[in-house]
Design a protein around this ligand. Structure first.
Ligand code: HEC
Ligand code: HEC
Length: 185
């Protein structure tokens, strides 16, 4: 994690200013409203910083997001990550199906998702908050990990999702989307 260690203190005000081009997709305060686009509000600083490094390096690719990560400096990333970590996450509107939520809760226990993502799936350090994230994004990214196209940091998630079926992915996504999006502390 040494590469993410800030060389200078992150600047929240600069982060707010630098988030101007991000607002169209991720919302004014990091709470997105476009299905398939993740909310970044309240994500751990290291998580956001690492994702931005991966987009810049081309290790994670997305036609919409890649151009916005391409020219960020390390200081930009640190400021943006600190700014978004300080924003309060709000739940994404989602039509979650109670039977899928129940099945997803069981699967999350079976597959020890909380051992890394923490109780309540609120995330910490390089591990993201999943609680209250956008349903369509959760399905998309889990399918991406399974197909090995999502470019995860160290292969952890690629390994974690291999035993999951398409139905498991959907049930887990409904469960995660139904949880209240508390900020990691
Ligand atoms: C044109 C729309 C768009 C703009 C503008 C945009 N993003 Fe994104 N961003 C996305 C999409 C879509 C994804 C999800 C990509 C995927 O599915 O892998 C994403 C993913 C991310 C992620 C990863 C989140 C996660 O939970 O994995 C971060 C962090 C991020 N964006 C930060 C930013 C920052 C910072 C800016 C501004 C400098 C920005 N984005 C501008 C569309 C956009
Ligand atoms: C060994 C630790 C570990 C386990 C177990 C684990 N995860 Fe993860 N998860 C991570 C890490 C680390 C990341 C960030 C990966 C990256 O860099 O892209 C992540 C990312 C994710 C993401 C992407 C979120 C986003 O905003 O981009 C989802 C969704 C996810 N995990 C769901 C799950 C589910 C569901 C389970 C249980 C089946 C699970 N994880 C088990 C460590 C883990």
């Amino acid at each position: 994690m040494a590469a993410a260690a800030p060389a200078r203190a992150a600047d929240l005000e600069a982060g707010s200013r630098k988030s101007e081009p991000c607002k169209a997709c991720h919302g004014a305060d990091g709470n997105a409203s476009i299905p398939g686009t993740p909310s970044v509000a309240g994500q751990p600083v290291y998580f956001t910083h690492w994702q931005l490094i991966k987009f810049r390096d081309g290790r994670r690719k997305d036609p919409q997001m890649t151009p916005f990560g391409a020219n960020l400096t390390d200081a930009d990333m640190a400021d943006l990550a600190a700014f978004y970590a300080a924003q309060r996450p709000t739940p994404r509107p989602a039509a979650t199906d109670p039977s899928k939520v129940a099945a997803g809760r069981e699967l999350a226990q079976q597959h020890h998702c909380v051992s890394c993502h923490r109780p309540g799936l609120v995330g910490h350090e390089q591990i993201p908050r999943l609680a209250g994230q956008d349903l369509a994004y959760l399905v998309k990214i889990l399918r991406g990990f399974k197909a090995q196209t999502a470019g995860d940091l160290d292969g952890t998630m690629t390994t974690a999702v291999q035993p999951l079926s398409e139905a498991d992915i959907e049930n887990l996504a409904h469960y995660m989307a139904s949880l209240p999006p508390a900020q990691p502390r």
